[in-house]
Design a binder for this molecule. Structure first.
Ligand code: SAM
Length: 170
Protein backbone atom coordinates (compact mmCIF):
# COMPACT_ATOMS: atom_id res chain seq x y z
CA UNK A 1 0.00 0.00 0.00
CA UNK A 2 1.05 3.57 -0.44
CA UNK A 3 -0.57 6.98 -0.29
CA UNK A 4 -2.09 7.65 -3.73
CA UNK A 5 0.01 10.08 -5.74
CA UNK A 6 2.62 10.52 -3.02
CA UNK A 7 5.07 7.68 -3.53
CA UNK A 8 4.15 5.92 -6.80
CA UNK A 9 7.87 5.22 -7.24
CA UNK A 10 7.48 2.60 -4.50
CA UNK A 11 5.06 0.74 -6.74
CA UNK A 12 7.46 0.93 -9.67
CA UNK A 13 10.23 -0.61 -7.59
CA UNK A 14 7.85 -3.11 -6.05
CA UNK A 15 6.71 -4.38 -9.43
CA UNK A 16 10.31 -4.60 -10.63
CA UNK A 17 11.44 -6.58 -7.59
CA UNK A 18 8.52 -8.92 -7.00
CA UNK A 19 6.05 -10.29 -9.49
CA UNK A 20 3.84 -13.33 -9.72
CA UNK A 21 5.75 -16.59 -9.89
CA UNK A 22 4.96 -20.30 -9.68
CA UNK A 23 5.23 -19.90 -5.88
CA UNK A 24 2.40 -17.40 -5.69
CA UNK A 25 0.55 -14.47 -7.17
CA UNK A 26 1.62 -10.89 -6.48
CA UNK A 27 -0.38 -7.74 -7.24
CA UNK A 28 -0.06 -4.07 -6.37
CA UNK A 29 -2.92 -1.80 -5.45
CA UNK A 30 -2.45 1.93 -5.01
CA UNK A 31 -4.79 2.73 -2.14
CA UNK A 32 -5.17 4.70 1.06
CA UNK A 33 -5.59 2.42 4.04
CA UNK A 34 -7.91 5.05 5.52
CA UNK A 35 -10.36 3.99 2.80
CA UNK A 36 -10.52 0.24 3.46
CA UNK A 37 -13.60 -0.23 1.27
CA UNK A 38 -11.48 0.68 -1.76
CA UNK A 39 -9.16 -2.18 -0.86
CA UNK A 40 -11.61 -4.93 0.06
CA UNK A 41 -13.87 -4.29 -2.95
CA UNK A 42 -11.02 -4.00 -5.43
CA UNK A 43 -11.13 -6.53 -8.28
CA UNK A 44 -7.35 -6.78 -7.89
CA UNK A 45 -7.83 -8.30 -4.45
CA UNK A 46 -10.40 -10.83 -5.64
CA UNK A 47 -8.27 -11.78 -8.65
CA UNK A 48 -5.14 -12.28 -6.57
CA UNK A 49 -6.15 -13.87 -3.26
CA UNK A 50 -8.28 -16.94 -2.68
CA UNK A 51 -10.43 -15.57 0.13
CA UNK A 52 -11.97 -18.97 0.80
CA UNK A 53 -8.69 -19.86 2.51
CA UNK A 54 -6.88 -18.10 5.38
CA UNK A 55 -4.59 -15.24 4.43
CA UNK A 56 -2.29 -12.89 6.32
CA UNK A 57 -3.05 -9.18 6.55
CA UNK A 58 0.24 -7.40 7.11
CA UNK A 59 0.09 -3.87 8.52
CA UNK A 60 3.74 -3.53 9.40
CA UNK A 61 4.69 0.00 10.51
CA UNK A 62 1.54 1.42 8.91
CA UNK A 63 -1.03 2.01 11.65
CA UNK A 64 1.04 4.68 13.44
CA UNK A 65 0.41 6.78 10.32
CA UNK A 66 -3.33 6.53 11.01
CA UNK A 67 -4.31 8.94 13.80
CA UNK A 68 -7.26 8.33 16.09
CA UNK A 69 -9.24 10.92 14.12
CA UNK A 70 -9.20 8.52 11.16
CA UNK A 71 -10.65 5.74 13.35
CA UNK A 72 -8.00 3.03 12.90
CA UNK A 73 -10.00 0.44 14.85
CA UNK A 74 -12.81 0.60 12.29
CA UNK A 75 -10.29 0.49 9.44
CA UNK A 76 -8.67 -2.68 10.77
CA UNK A 77 -12.06 -4.26 11.46
CA UNK A 78 -13.24 -3.58 7.91
CA UNK A 79 -10.08 -5.13 6.48
CA UNK A 80 -10.33 -8.18 8.75
CA UNK A 81 -14.06 -8.57 8.03
CA UNK A 82 -13.15 -9.34 4.42
CA UNK A 83 -10.98 -12.29 5.46
CA UNK A 84 -12.03 -15.87 6.25
CA UNK A 85 -11.69 -17.52 9.64
CA UNK A 86 -8.16 -18.70 10.35
CA UNK A 87 -6.63 -15.58 8.80
CA UNK A 88 -3.96 -13.61 10.60
CA UNK A 89 -3.36 -9.94 11.28
CA UNK A 90 0.33 -9.04 11.59
CA UNK A 91 1.19 -5.59 12.79
CA UNK A 92 3.96 -3.51 14.29
CA UNK A 93 3.53 -0.05 15.76
CA UNK A 94 5.63 2.71 17.26
CA UNK A 95 5.15 3.26 20.97
CA UNK A 96 6.05 5.89 23.52
CA UNK A 97 5.72 3.41 26.40
CA UNK A 98 9.46 2.89 26.77
CA UNK A 99 11.14 6.20 25.96
CA UNK A 100 8.34 8.78 25.84
CA UNK A 101 10.46 11.91 25.42
CA UNK A 102 12.70 10.53 22.67
CA UNK A 103 9.72 9.04 20.86
CA UNK A 104 7.82 12.31 21.05
CA UNK A 105 10.69 14.00 19.27
CA UNK A 106 10.26 11.54 16.39
CA UNK A 107 6.51 12.17 16.36
CA UNK A 108 7.14 15.91 16.25
CA UNK A 109 9.51 15.58 13.28
CA UNK A 110 6.90 13.67 11.28
CA UNK A 111 4.08 16.01 12.24
CA UNK A 112 6.10 19.16 11.52
CA UNK A 113 6.59 17.80 8.00
CA UNK A 114 2.85 17.27 7.57
CA UNK A 115 2.91 13.51 8.05
CA UNK A 116 0.43 12.29 10.65
CA UNK A 117 2.20 9.99 13.08
CA UNK A 118 0.82 8.74 16.37
CA UNK A 119 2.45 6.33 18.77
CA UNK A 120 0.24 4.05 20.82
CA UNK A 121 0.57 2.29 24.13
CA UNK A 122 0.35 -1.47 24.36
CA UNK A 123 -3.30 -1.22 25.39
CA UNK A 124 -4.09 1.23 22.59
CA UNK A 125 -2.50 -1.07 20.03
CA UNK A 126 -4.34 -4.11 21.32
CA UNK A 127 -7.59 -2.13 21.14
CA UNK A 128 -7.09 -2.01 17.36
CA UNK A 129 -7.37 -5.80 17.17
CA UNK A 130 -10.97 -6.53 16.19
CA UNK A 131 -13.27 -8.57 18.39
CA UNK A 132 -13.27 -12.17 17.24
CA UNK A 133 -9.49 -12.30 16.95
CA UNK A 134 -7.09 -13.73 19.48
CA UNK A 135 -3.56 -12.48 19.93
CA UNK A 136 -1.18 -15.41 19.58
CA UNK A 137 1.73 -16.19 21.91
CA UNK A 138 3.83 -14.48 23.12
CA UNK A 139 1.31 -11.65 22.86
CA UNK A 140 2.27 -8.06 22.25
CA UNK A 141 6.03 -7.65 22.57
CA UNK A 142 8.70 -5.11 21.76
CA UNK A 143 9.61 -6.19 18.24
CA UNK A 144 12.95 -7.81 18.87
CA UNK A 145 11.50 -9.80 21.77
CA UNK A 146 8.74 -11.41 19.70
CA UNK A 147 10.03 -15.00 19.31
CA UNK A 148 13.64 -13.84 18.89
CA UNK A 149 16.10 -15.83 16.81
CA UNK A 150 19.03 -14.04 18.39
CA UNK A 151 19.81 -12.61 21.82
CA UNK A 152 17.16 -9.87 22.31
CA UNK A 153 19.32 -8.12 24.88
CA UNK A 154 21.61 -7.14 22.03
CA UNK A 155 19.23 -4.22 21.51
CA UNK A 156 17.77 -1.79 24.02
CA UNK A 157 13.99 -1.69 24.10
CA UNK A 158 14.17 2.11 23.97
CA UNK A 159 16.06 1.97 20.67
CA UNK A 160 13.32 -0.18 19.14
CA UNK A 161 10.30 1.52 20.73
CA UNK A 162 7.82 -0.46 18.66
CA UNK A 163 5.49 -3.32 19.48
CA UNK A 164 4.57 -6.26 17.33
CA UNK A 165 1.68 -8.65 17.55
CA UNK A 166 -0.02 -11.35 15.52
CA UNK A 167 -3.70 -12.12 15.92
CA UNK A 168 -5.76 -14.98 14.50
CA UNK A 169 -9.35 -14.65 13.36
CA UNK A 170 -11.55 -17.30 14.98
C1 SAM B 1 7.53 2.41 7.45
S1 SAM B 1 6.81 2.01 5.91
C2 SAM B 1 6.48 0.29 6.10
C3 SAM B 1 6.34 -0.38 4.77
C4 SAM B 1 6.17 -1.90 4.84
N1 SAM B 1 4.97 -2.24 5.57
C5 SAM B 1 7.37 -2.54 5.43
O1 SAM B 1 7.31 -3.03 6.55
O2 SAM B 1 8.41 -2.55 4.78
C6 SAM B 1 5.23 2.76 6.09
C7 SAM B 1 4.38 2.60 4.87
O3 SAM B 1 3.05 3.04 5.19
C8 SAM B 1 2.55 3.67 4.04
N2 SAM B 1 1.41 4.51 4.43
C9 SAM B 1 1.39 5.55 5.28
N3 SAM B 1 0.16 6.08 5.36
C10 SAM B 1 -0.61 5.34 4.52
C11 SAM B 1 -1.97 5.38 4.15
N4 SAM B 1 -2.81 6.29 4.65
N5 SAM B 1 -2.42 4.47 3.27
C12 SAM B 1 -1.60 3.53 2.75
N6 SAM B 1 -0.31 3.43 3.06
C13 SAM B 1 0.18 4.34 3.94
C14 SAM B 1 3.72 4.46 3.51
O4 SAM B 1 3.54 4.79 2.15
C15 SAM B 1 4.84 3.44 3.69
O5 SAM B 1 4.96 2.62 2.56
Amino acid sequence: MCIPGVVPIVLVYGRALLDSSPEGRTAYLEADVRRPADIVTSPVLAETLDLTRPVALSLIAVLHFVPDAADPATIVRQLVDALPAGSYLVTSHGTGDIAPEETQRVVDVYNQRGIPFQTRSRAELEALVPAGMEIVEPGTAVLHRWRPDTDPDEYADADVSAYGLIARKR
